[in-house]
Design a protein around this ligand. Structure first.
Ligand SMILES: Cc1cc2nc3c(=O)[nH]c(=O)nc-3n(C[C@H](O)[C@H](O)[C@H](O)COP(=O)(O)OP(=O)(O)OC[C@H]3O[C@@H](n4cnc5c(N)ncnc54)[C@H](O)[C@@H]3O)c2cc1C
Length: 385
């Protein structure tokens, strides 16, 4: 087949659920859903995938899901997020029992600042610690840099690559399919009544699906437009991180340290240190890039509040944390467009809420009774009232 023929020939793919987006949101739901639905008989009599995931980039997890700080923090975020985080930790721990390597490892979370800012950010999963105790946990901190601290001992480090791979393998094992390098470009509704389907097109592939899940991260509102749904005013916010070399490495068991006023956070990364300015700058949906001047300003700030002595930047990156106006994820059926399901707005909590959100979303998609609490709090309908 010539190159020109290959480009004009369309592969036709039929499935029950088409998940758009191969980040942690799309992969965790696709894995959960496929393991509930399994495979079905296709028109040809062969096994057909009931769940198909389509990703625009050539690799999975290319955007925000490969750019996180890889920490799950039960004390972080509003109460609804904290509940989802605890449930996610329980689900990942249950999965770990069947895996050769663990995904989670203990890494405490130490919040520092002045009395007021630390008190404002404190939660049930965090207890106050005296400055002397905080300095024992993080001896690189200069005592004049903070007056109050809170410690979350339930916080853990997450091997996010292993978690993404766990979900991908689960999807594959249940007969699901992943197609990368296919950007969804157009969609239309076909058929009548129960036979209604989405016909979705990307270069080279035409999908037929009963249901489409919008897990497109920073592009979720763009995807809504393609499917004729109202956008939800989702805003991508920039967040930068860097891995730096230091004169005095942190101990392997050192906590993640975060400024309660959101000026910085850092944590050990092997013999190096991962640092972030914890910024929240609105952005368009794009392949975000870091700015050297901002990384240098952060290096100067962290050198002024610690004695670790940053000597150089090994690598830096920026990702987009996409949020709904009220800061909560959006999970559920679109209120007006049938067969269109939202799984977006995970903000800075995408990994720590992932398994719980996938469980909730799969329950709603399968028509199970999921209770009113989180389903209502996260429903896309709440954003329009
Ligand atoms: C610096 C930083 C630190 C963070 N730290 C943490 C942390 O410690 N803990 C935590 O829980 N969270 C953290 N987060 C947040 C977390 O990374 C995100 O919430 C999560 O990765 C979002 O996942 P997602 O699947 O929604 O989005 P993405 O990973 O961006 O995936 C969306 C995918 O949709 C695809 N897509 C878009 N349009 C189309 C289309 N038309 N067709 C096909 N595919 C399409 C994109 O290519 C993309 O791959 C951090 C984020 C940043 C930036």
């Amino acid at each position: 087949m010539s190159q020109a023929e290959a480009e004009t020939r369309h592969e036709d793919l039929e499935c029950e659920v088409l998940v758009i987006g191969g980040g942690i949101a799309g992969l965790s739901l696709a894995g959960e859903l496929a393991s509930r639905l399994g495979a079905s008989q296709g028109a040809s009599g062969n096994e057909a995938a009931r769940v198909v995931l389509v990703e625009a980039e050539p690799t999975l997890g290319y955007h925000t899901s490969s750019r996180s700080a890889r920490q799950l923090i039960p004390s972080y975020g509003p109460p609804a997020i904290q509940d989802l985080t605890l449930r996610t930790l329980a689900l990942i721990r249950a999965a770990e029992a069947r895996l050769p390597e663990p995904i989670l490892a203990p890494r405490r979370f130490l919040l520092i600042g002045d009395e007021e800012t630390v008190r404002d950010r404190a939660s049930a999963h965090m207890h106050p610690v005296m400055q002397a105790e905080a300095l024992g946990l993080a001896p690189e901190l200069r005592p004049e840099a903070f007056t109050a601290a809170g410690l979350d001992t339930t916080s853990v480090a997450c091997n996010t690559d292993a978690l993404l791979e766990y979900h991908r393998a689960r999807l594959a094992a249940a007969g699901g399919r992943v197609l990368t390098g296919r950007r969804v470009e157009s969609a239309r509704r076909t058929g009548e009544g129960d036979a209604q389907r989405w016909e979705v097109r990307s270069a080279g592939t035409r999908f037929q699906a009963r249901v489409v899940v919008n897990a497109a991260g920073a592009w979720a509102d763009t995807i809504a437009g393609i499917f004729g749904a109202e956008p939800l005013a989702l805003t991508p916010y920039r967040r930068t991180a860097a891995v730096v070399d230091v004169e005095r490495p942190l101990e392997a068991g050192a906590p993640m340290v975060a400024d309660a006023a959101d000026r910085f956070y850092y944590r050990p990364e092997g013999g190096q240190v991962l640092i972030s300015p914890a910024e929240r700058e609105p952005s368009v949906a794009e392949d975000a890039r870091h700015r050297d001047t901002e990384v240098q300003a952060l290096v100067d700030l962290i050198n002024s509040v610690t004695t670790m002595g940053i000597t150089g930047v090994s690598r830096a990156w920026t990702g987009l944390r996409t949020e709904a106006p009220d800061g909560l994820p959006v999970v559920g059926w679109d209120p007006t467009v049938p067969g269109f399901f939202w799984l977006a707005g995970q903000g800075g909590y995408g990994f720590q809420t992932s398994s719980a959100i996938a469980e909730l979303a799969a329950g709603i998609l399968c028509g199970e009774s999921v209770g009113n609490g989180p389903a209502e709090a996260l429903s896309p309908a709440r954003s329009r009232v």
